[in-house]
Design a binder for this molecule. Sequence first.
Ligand SMILES: NC(=O)c1ccc[n+]([C@@H]2O[C@H](COP(=O)([O-])OP(=O)(O)OC[C@H]3O[C@@H](n4cnc5c(N)ncnc54)[C@H](OP(=O)(O)O)[C@@H]3O)[C@@H](O)[C@H]2O)c1
Length: 202
Amino acid sequence: MERSPRPLPCRTDIPVCPILKAYVSQIKKTKDTNVWPTFMIIGIVAVDQNGAIGKGGKLPWHYSADMKFFKETTTGHACVMGYKTWLTLKRPLPNRLNIVLSRQSEIEAQESVVVMRSVESVLNLAKDSERDLFVIGGEQVYRAFLAHIDRWLVTEVPLTIDGADTFVPADYLDGFTSIGVQQLEENLIVRTYERTPSSSRT
Ligand SMILES: NC(=O)c1ccc[n+]([C@@H]2O[C@H](COP(=O)([O-])OP(=O)(O)OC[C@H]3O[C@@H](n4cnc5c(N)ncnc54)[C@H](OP(=O)(O)O)[C@@H]3O)[C@@H](O)[C@H]2O)c1
């Protein structure tokens, strides 16, 4: 779907909640994605050897195995992203509720996309959903949700990107314990980290 050069007024937080809930139930019916036992807030990120995640507003690598992992993991759930990350997408992520966090930007109205103006609005929506909330970046959004994330899925990219300009927060894994590792392809692994009980969600 083409983006309009003159965006229509965006959908905003509270008035569309019933629509969003209906959408979430609809994707729930179309795919069994019972990945986690209960609602969770999950950070999903690919990082280089120095914690870099982006350069010049783009992802500085392309790993099809990681894209596949991202798609399979997040399908059927809600994904929250910053406005700059939204701009990197050609279209909304299919079969997911796309929540775009922005203080001021407008996005054309379209199914499965909602603009929200604050972290609290996103958390309010997510807590009433039976689906998980994936925090998909970029840097500002990882920072904004850091205190709320229960689990991290971290793809370790075997590169060091010169001139990278966006990073995961240096302390993002403080209070988390590694609980598993999955190999996507040679030299590309995903580690799962879970918040330790003594470091509970705020
Ligand atoms: N490696 C990975 O896994 C990964 C994943 C995602 C993205 N990335 C990369 O990360 C880079 C983008 O990261 P970024 O930090 O520059 O941008 P970003 O987090 O994607 O978006 C920043 C924008 O989000 C909005 N925003 C941020 N915090 C907010 C808050 N608390 N409340 C309301 N709105 C808020 C603001 O939009 P407005 O200005 O419209 O108000 C802000 O300008 C790109 O290079 C992208 O490719 C990498």
